[in-house]
Each structure stands twice: as C-alpha cells, then as structure tokens.
Ligand binder design. Structure first.
Ligand SMILES: C[S@@+](CC[C@H](N)C(=O)[O-])C[C@H]1O[C@@H](n2cnc3c(N)ncnc32)[C@H](O)[C@@H]1O
Length: 253
C-alpha cells in the first residue's frame, strides 16, 4: 500500500495528499497487488530467519492505553513507545492503512480524535484542573505565556490534552502492573517553538508520582527532526533533541 501510494507523499512524512481527480486514483491489478504482498512476505521471512521462536501461545489484544482490558495487578513487563508531543497525528500518518481497514478519517474523526497526541482538540472541557508534576507544570506555563499567536489558546489546549492522555495512560498502566513489574518506555524530547519539551523528564516524574521507581535511562541524539521539514517551525532556533529509553520499576504496594 505504501509503495502504491508513494506519489501522494510530500516532504512531511505524516501528511499525504488525497486524490483530487479520478485520474490520480491508484489503479492496480490483483496480480500486481499479490506480487507486492509476496515481496513483503519474503522480506519479513528473511528478517525472521535465525530468530528463536518461542513455543508459548500468544494472545494479541488491541485497546487504548487508557482503558486496558487486563486484570489489576497482572502484568510483569510493559514495553511501550507512546506518541511524543511533536504534533504527529497518528491517524493522519496511517490514513492509508486505515483506509484499507475501512476507516475513512476524513469522514469519521472518532479514532483520530481519540488518539494520544492528536492535533484535534476534543469537546470535553479541558479545565486545566489536572495537577501535573513540576516539569509538566513548567512546560504548561511556558506554552501559556509564549508570545506567539495561539500559544495561550489552541497550543495550550493541545499540550494539556496530551499531558492528560499521558497521565491517564500511566494511571491505567500502574493499575495493571504487578508489584516490581518493569516498564521500558521510549520517548523523544522535542521543541514547541523555542520551548524545550523534556518528555523523558516529564515521563519519569509522572511515573514516579504513580508508584514507579526510576531505574535507568539511555539517551541517543536524534539526527533527523520533523521540525526541520516544517518551514514555520524552522523560524525558531532549536537545540539538539534526544530519544530516551527509560527503565522504571513498580514499587511494592
Ligand atoms: C511513537 S509511536 C510507536 C510506534 C511503535 N513503536 C510501532 O513500531 O508501531 C506511538 C503509537 O501509539 C499509538 N497510540 C496513540 N494513542 C494511543 C492510545 N491511547 N493507546 C494506545 N496506542 C496509542 C499511535 O497510533 C502510534 O502507533
């Protein structure tokens, strides 16, 4: 699907154009489609060669991190990479995959609005009542008082909505985790205009406030930033940003 729709991609990898005329629509024969699927299967099979296969039955359940269909105190390990505060709208980024699954995000905004990090602001009043830790509160204050247009309006709402989703997920993960469970989290810091968004620090602080102990982290500098692609964002000078693997452990209750 990605190969077939490559011509709709622009410089920003998350936004893809939609066909405006019938001539632009992708026309593909079943044989050509089958061939692409077989090619990808071969690629995946080659990558898996030599990997140990564990013979234990596996169940895959899909759900929002804010409402996990799992029993309280039942999980040993959490391995996750949540959306970052970078304005990547995952339903938009995966609009083509979703289209194949029958979800047209242009007509039905339910999924897009529900995802963490969405650029849509939900209807529910976001009163700002959620008490954040020191690092997240500092970020909210900096966004609220930034002199640029819409900082105290739209962008403040989006920042709070993101933090509220992050915190609701941490609450839910803390519920399902067993005592001493380990959580490995991959997050990337970013910038809102010239304001650093220290997401790794925010995650550690918010997790600690919810019964997790910080164990270790490993930082890698990120070289290619989406913000360098966006002209408006380039107007503000930015420092380097890092991707962090954070390791936390659930305190015994
Ligand atoms: C930084 S990406 C991680 C991608 C992942 N490492 C992978 O290889 O697929 C964040 C992912 O979180 C998903 N997501 C957004 N909101 C979520 C939620 N409330 N619950 C669970 N996943 C969510 C996004 O759709 C996106 O796929």
């Amino acid at each position: 699907m990605r190969k077939l729709t490559h011509k709709f991609e622009g410089s920003n990898p998350t936004w893809v154009r939609r066909a405006s005329k019938d001539e632009d629509l992708v026309d593909v024969t079943c044989d050509a489609l089958d061939e692409l699927i077989i090619e990808d299967q071969r690629f995946i099979a080659e990558r898996l060669t030599g990997e140990p296969i564990i013979g234990t039955p596996v169940s895959i359940i899909t759900a929002s991190s804010q409402e996990l269909p799992l029993a309280t105190d039942s999980v040993d390990l959490i391995l996750t990479s949540p959306p970052y505060l970078t304005r990547i709208d995952y339903a938009v980024a995966y609009s083509r995959e979703l289209a194949i699954l029958g979800v047209n995000i242009a007509e039905d905004r339910t999924l897009r609005a529900a995802l963490m990090g969405t650029t849509l602001i939900r209807k529910q009043p976001n009163s700002g009542a959620t008490p954040y830790g020191r690092v997240a509160t500092d970020l909210v204050e900096k966004v609220a008082t930034h002199k640029s247009k819409a900082s105290s309006g739209y962008y403040l709402k989006q920042t709070r909505q993101y933090l509220d989703d992050l915190i609701a997920s941490f609450d839910e993960i803390a519920r399902v985790a067993k005592d001493d469970a380990v959580m490995k989290l991959v997050v990337q810091d970013s910038y809102y205009k010239d304001i650093p968004v220290p997401l790794a620090d925010i995650c550690v602080e918010e997790a600690e406030r919810r019964g997790w102990k910080f164990r270790d982290w490993d930082k890698t500098e990120v070289s290619r930033l989406l913000t360098q692609v966006n002209k408006a964002a380039r107007a503000y000078s930015k420092g380097k940003v890092e991707e962090t693997v954070i390791i936390l452990q659930r305190r015994s209750r």
